[in-house]
Design a protein around this ligand. Structure first.
Ligand code: PEP
Length: 250
């Protein structure tokens, strides 16, 4: 039985004080309710340290939205895995479609980051997903499973890995994949993981769905057999919505 996991990706939003206030609101909102899932938040880099303090007495875990694949050095503007750990992160989101689309990250770069983050002891959310054009051309599963295979090239230990299936056409658009569409791709990803790591290991890997998850659709998505929680963008910026999504876990 996999424990579901819900993580809020705050993207490039919120000042440090706004981030602390949002983190405190979520922490307070879940303080008295039984959580059936793991829960995390991913603020922007400048807020990580102070948000870590704000959630230190809550079950919320801290995630970063990216990292570099080198330990240190002349990489202006980049952030290393040890910096993330020293700021209090236990998770890092890698390969998000916005990183792929706007910052030219391909599967090879994502793979280097995944290996570095896992080697550093971080837990990794590896994001995969097809564009609308790819879906309409009927290559969704080929694209997504190639992202999984190439993103995990040379990765032997997947005990700290979560996959997030995020159809690009559903991110920030208000269009959610139907529960059937999402389940079909999640099952296909699990079949690929089974080929790579064996069925027992694959059964234990959580696969989140991301793409316009809201309080109104979270329960039906999270009820599907291969959907193990969500990676939440826009709705994670509203504490009441994010808490409602957390409570939708089975
Ligand atoms: C995301 O960016 O990971 C995401 C799922 O965004 P949204 O929920 O806003 O579609």
């Amino acid at each position: 039985m996999r424990t579901q996991i819900v993580v809020g990706n705050w993207k490039m939003n919120n000042s440090i004080s706004e981030s602390i206030a949002l983190a405190e609101a979520v922490a307070a909102g879940i303080a008295d309710i039984p959580l059936n899932c793991e829960a995390g938040i991913a603020p922007a880099f400048p807020a990580l340290g102070q948000v870590a303090s704000a959630i230190s007495r809550s079950p919320l875990q801290l995630a970063a939205q990216n990292c570099h694949f080198e330990d240190n050095g002349a990489y202006t503007g980049e952030v290393s895995t040890s910096m993330l750990k020293s700021a209090g992160c236990s998770w890092v989101i890698l390969g998000h479609s916005e990183r792929r689309q706007y910052f030219g990250e391909d599967n090879q770069v994502v793979n280097r980051k995944v290996k570095k983050a896992l080697a550093a002891g971080l837990k990794v959310i590896l994001c995969v997903g097809e564009t609308l054009e790819e879906r309409e051309s009927g290559v969704t599963e080929t694209i997504v499973n190639t992202q999984v295979r190439e993103g995990l090239q040379g990765v032997d230990d997947v005990s700290r890995l979560v996959i997030a299936y995020e159809p690009v056409w559903a991110i920030g658009t208000g269009k959610t994949a139907s529960k059937e569409q999402a389940e079909e791709v999640h099952a296909s990803i699990r079949a690929t993981l089974s080929e790579l790591y064996g069925s027992q290991t694959a059964e234990g890997i959580r696969i989140q769905y991301g793409g316009s998850v809201k309080p109104s659709n979270a329960s039906e998505l999270f009820a599907m057999p291969n959907i193990d929680g969500g990676l939440i963008g826009g709705a994670s910026l509203k504490p009441e919505d994010f808490i409602a999504i957390l409570t939708a876990c089975k």
